[in-house]
Design a protein around this ligand. Sequence first.
Ligand SMILES: [Zn+2]
Ligand SMILES: [Zn+2]
Length: 376
Amino acid sequence: MQKAPLIWTNILVFSSTFLVALVAVPWYAIAVGFGKAEIIAMMLCLGYCGMSITAGYHRLWSHKSYQAHPILEFIFAIGGAFALQNSAIHWASDHRVHHRHVDDNDKDPYSARRGFWFSHIGWMLRDYQGPDHYTYDNVRDLQKNKILRFQHKHYLALALATNIGIPLLLGVLLGNLWGMILLVGVLRLVLSHHFTFFINSLAHIWGKQTYTDQNTARDNGVLALLTYGEGYHNFHHLFEYDYRNGIKWWHFDPTKWLIKAGSWVGLTSKLRTCPEERIEQAKAAMQLQHAKARLSALPDAEQILHKIELEYELLLERMQAYYELKKSLLLQRKQQLQSSLQEHYAELNIQKQYQELKALFTEQRRHWRRLTTELA
Ligand SMILES: [Zn+2]
Ligand SMILES: [Zn+2]
């Protein structure tokens, strides 16, 4: 079978930046040395690019797990071009197909079943989809967004302006032009690329299947450190509309923190989460499955298996009872709040009426007094 044609632009960009990061950056570090300014600028730009992809391209636009203020959308759109990962419309289109057909070697654009290299970077080095593949049918909603249409149309100009302009500007402003070009221009881009690519490769290979084994996605706390929280990928593939990936408070998920903090200042809204009960159920079902697999090797497996199944039934029963009561408790609290608000308004209304009647009465009494004195 003939191989798909190579995409030379991608090959050149990935390989040349990688080589410079591998050779020129360490050479410069030894021969000249980098200052604090270049290192801090690189870290900030790395975070900006990374979070524009995770919070913007991924959780906001691909999955619509929350809504963002246009200012924030604009910031993410610029950061996405800076991260050099194609337009958000293009990225989200691929990503929605990835979720819908995950692990399907023919349909998933970066199917992990085709191996580490393919899912990490290989899928971008050849035109596997064919030139007429992109109709953007699955991102019609995003095409209605003015900011995304603008970014898509001017993607190349924005990508060049940010990737060349920002390092140059910082170099001129803070001195050490070459230091900024190497760290902010090249090393930042290479790290940002591969950290994101890990989500498609390693996060489908290395880690635990906490919530489902119906796909290759894995939960991995170490990867979460490099991917701004996206390492909890098993959770994400099952509960893709949840704005969180790491759901426990100790999970490292700066993307979640950014989205949550944004809601306190009006930059984000309508943060979506999946029902806790469904999450707990999925986890318990996987735990049962894992336990069964481990037990089957033991000599008295049947007896323990029976006990485990009974315990599992009890767990589900109590889980259901607990969440049902919790739901009605929340509903009751809401109703109480509503009725106390109503009472409050009723009281306000009476007070207002009282003031009005008092004013009318006082006015009339004054008028009456004047009238009677005049006639006396
Ligand atoms: Zn996703
Ligand atoms: Zn995935």
